[in-house]
Write a protein that binds this ligand. Structure first.
Ligand code: FUB
Length: 350
């Protein structure tokens, strides 16, 4: 991923205008997946570190090794760090790059879902279990069968079925699975193996989970996003097509799939009548933040909706050293989401 030019940003000015502050400052955190368990907010973020990995377009500098769980009694309360919940050294199948995780609760057990590269450099998605929402989590010995790519987001529907949404292009390797098998050919650039710009965009994936939440109950399906005319978004439609960071929330009976557009830095959403879609493009949730990546979650707490997101303001723009934030999210009377300006209108990207 290219380093964003940050020379032109006046961080003092930007931070003054920022609509929210970092939730924790003693560690770098990103990709916040928030849930309400037992009336309290639990956030499952990535734990960013500077591991000295060289910067490249496949995200090798995102060399995270462990996860911490953060909790809050409400969105305005102080955020509490519960320490290391899972470390890569305790996951036998994983070698490195513990990227964006998510969590779910079922029958009093807590499940941490996380992507990591295996010992062959291929991203897979694993599960780890705990009796507590804050861990420590014990990882299963193998990744989920038939899992691939990154950014798992697990949605529990009202009928108690659980669905995993996942995938990410470029460094997230989704484009290398187009034939159903991992394409081993040397990857010259992050965009190698992608469809041409005038073809339908690569889709995130969705799969119902088995009752024990440890495996897929079905083969993953495409999360198709269509435009206002019912046509699939194209790969070249970089301001709207899926890149990474899937999330699913349900509002007034409709399913909202939200995601990052990656190299154009938006968080967008699309709406469907069921968890599989197709999802009709709805608009932008969050305009670009400081830093290259944008990743979020959406959660209801006591009747209000919140967007958990990240930027790189604490590190003054270092792409792989991010910090999580929260702000309120509003659905209008027609169910559309109001676009959030993270710095009150000041642009974070040129
Ligand atoms: O944190 C590493 C990667 O950066 C995540 O998996 C992506 O969604 C992006 O935020």
């Amino acid at each position: 991923m290219p380093e964003e030019s940050i020379e032109h940003i006046d961080f003092d000015e930007l931070n003054k205008k920022a609509i929210s502050k970092p939730l924790v400052e003693h560690i770098y955190t990103a990709d916040p997946s928030a849930h309400v368990f037992n009336g309290k907010i639990y956030i499952y973020p990535s734990h960013d570190v500077d591991a000295g990995e060289a910067f490249d377009d496949l995200g090798s500098h995102f060399a995270m090794e462990d996860y911490h769980v953060i909790s809050m009694t409400d969105p305005d309360a102080e955020a509490k760090d519960h320490g290391v919940a899972l470390h890569v050294k305790d996951v036998s199948w994983a070698e490195k790059q513990m990227w964006a995780p998510d969590a779910a609760e079922k029958n009093g057990k807590y499940y941490l879902f996380f992507p990591a590269k295996d010992h062959n450099g291929i991203f897979k998605i694993g599960v780890a279990l705990s009796d507590s929402p804050t861990g420590p989590f014990i990882a299963e010995a193998h990744p989920i069968k038939e899992s691939f790519s990154i950014d798992p987001a697990v949605f529990k529907d009202d009928d108690d079925y659980y669905y995993m949404y996942f995938g990410g292009i470029w460094g997230g390797q989704l484009q290398r699975w187009r034939t159903g098998k991992f394409n081993n050919k040397e990857e010259e650039s992050p965009t190698a193996h992608l469809p041409p710009d005038n073809e339908p965009a690569l889709c995130a994936k969705v799969a119902k989970l088995r009752d024990d939440l440890l495996e897929f109950a079905e083969a993953p399906k495409d999360v198709v996003i269509i435009d206002e005319n019912g046509n699939r978004l194209l790969q070249g439609d970089t301001q709207r097509r899926f890149f990474e960071a899937s999330w699913l929330h349900k509002y007034k009976g409709k399913y909202y799939f939200s995601y990052s557009t990656g190299d154009t830095h938006f968080i967008c959403y699309a709406i469907a009548d069921n968890p599989y879609g197709p999802f009709k493009y709805g608009g932008r949730i969050l305009n670009p933040v400081v830093g290259w990546t944008s990743h979020h979650s959406i959660v209801e707490f006591k009747g209000n909706w919140y967007l958990f997101y990240h930027d790189s303001s604490l590190s003054k723009g270092v792409t792989h050293l991010r910090n999580i934030k929260v702000t309120q999210l509003l659905h209008d009377e027609n169910g559309y989401i109001r676009t959030i300006e993270p710095y009150g209108g000041i642009k974070a990207q040129s």
